[in-house]
Design a binder for this molecule. Structure first.
Ligand code: NAP
Length: 373
């Protein structure tokens, strides 16, 4: 049985919606369609804005009394209150929606697993050149990926990754990539989660440009700073809100300077960043995982410049009305998770930047990023 290329055959509610916009998907993997790929899921890489929201809510609930009678108890024994709360939120969202689509942030993430079945009409697998049994990362959001979870094996609060046993479905129009040989899987997963950012910033950076990166110490921030420098930016200023988070960006060396400021404090952050650059920015990139960072980026950007909102915590309304309110004539782009060749370009960047790879390796793989053996 052939489904619909974009996966609308899996949409339960509301009928006729595309899977990403749908509230609920059919995640029953006992019945599969000829144009679907079935993946045995190993690890979910939860989107940073989503994980932060779940973590904050879980910590609040744990603080309010871990054994509240109205809160379903976690299945995974031995987890800290926060990790157990994150597990509970994950299972509740997937149970209710058939996908990991955070109802508060609207964001998802992506996953790593092993291909269990490729339907005869599953063009995405053919295009990626992958076969049954291979380990792959999905390159489309968990917000449109039918997912069923049998068991949560571990919640990694430090890396926003969750090890699970479960199954996921990829539609014909989906995208996936074979895990690169020689790179730790968790490092690859972390980088591929934000694969759209660096190649698009490379396209947007003109030689000699002044580039601002809010959240320069995070996954996408580090990749973006490296990409801007390689594309010939004249000055790259990074912003982080603590010295600890700024340290990896300083170590990477892609930023001309790294300013410690709160990206949500629009006046303070824009003044500090412009002072560090010595001029207003041609391009500002928002890579933070918190709300209210729109105006700092807008105020720091020159008239005629571009603000690239990669952050999922960005509000269209705040950006549009905020720019209008200060009469700032900037082009504003929404960070598209996709551009042609984004996975290969991001992995190539990690390969070409040894310090970047080291930082990712230490943060996500527990070593220099290369897989032993
Ligand atoms: P990440 O690794 O968690 O990095 C976010 C960084 O922002 C962290 O270093 C964080 O510092 C910093 N930060 C947070 N609040 C700040 C503030 N007020 N001022 C300055 N810095 C601040 O996140 P990521 O995975 O790179 O993702 C970044 C954003 O991109 C998220 O919103 C995510 O949802 C989004 N995203 C978008 C797409 C897309 O397709 N557009 C795809 C994937 C992810 P601390 O660690 O100290 O908090």
């Amino acid at each position: 049985m052939i489904g619909e290329r974009f996966g609308t055959h899996r949409v339960i509610d509301p009928p006729g919606a595309l899977p990403q916009a749908a509230w609920r998907l059919d995640n029953d993997v006992r019945r599969v369609f000829d144009d679907e790929v079935v993946i045995d899921v190993e690890t979910l890489n939860i989107d940073s804005a989503s994980f932060r929201q779940m973590e904050e809510r879980a910590a609040k609930e744990a603080g309010a009394g871990g054994d509240r009678p109205d809160v379903e108890q976690p299945a995974l024994a031995g987890l800290s209150g926060t990790a157990a709360g994150v597990e509970r939120l994950l299972l509740s969202t997937v149970g209710e929606r058939g996908k990991q689509h955070n109802p508060v942030t609207g964001s998802g993430g992506m996953l790593v697993g092993r291909i269990a079945r490729i339907g005869p009409a599953a063009t995405c697998a053919r295009e990626a050149g992958v076969t049954v049994g291979e380990r792959v990362a999905t390159l489309v959001s968990l917000t449109l990926t039918p997912l069923s979870i049998e068991r949560v094996r571990a919640v990694h609060l430090d890396t926003h990754q969750i090890d699970v046993e479960g199954r996921a479905i990829l539609f014909a129009s989906g995208a996936l990539a074979r895990l690169p040989a020689g790179l730790d899987d968790r490092v690859a997963l972390a980088a591929l989660d934000v694969a759209g950012a660096a190649p698009q910033v490379a396209r947007l950076t003109r030689p000699g440009a002044a580039v601002l990166v809010l959240g320069c110490g995070g996954k996408s921030g580090l990749l973006v700073a490296a990409a801007a420098k390689r594309a010939g930016a004249g000055v790259v200023v990074g912003v982080e809100r603590s010295d600890g988070a700024a340290a990896p960006a300083r170590r990477l060396g892609a930023c001309t300077s790294v300013v410690v400021a709160d990206a949500a404090d629009a006046l303070a952050v824009s003044r500090a960043a412009v002072a560090a650059a010595g001029r207003e920015f041609d391009l500002a990139v928002s890579c933070v995982n918190v709300e209210n960072a729109e105006m700092g980026a807008i105020l720091a950007t020159r008239d005629g410049g571009t603000v690239y909102f990669f952050s999922m915590a960005t509000s269209f309304t705040r950006a549009a009305l905020g720019a209008e309110g200060v009469s700032r004539d900037v082009a504003m782009l929404i960070g598209n998770g996709y551009c042609p060749g984004h996975a290969a370009a991001t992995l190539a960047l990690l390969d070409e930047e040894p310090v970047l790879r080291e930082i990712f390796g230490e943060r996500f793989g527990g070593k220099g990023g290369r897989r032993a053996g």
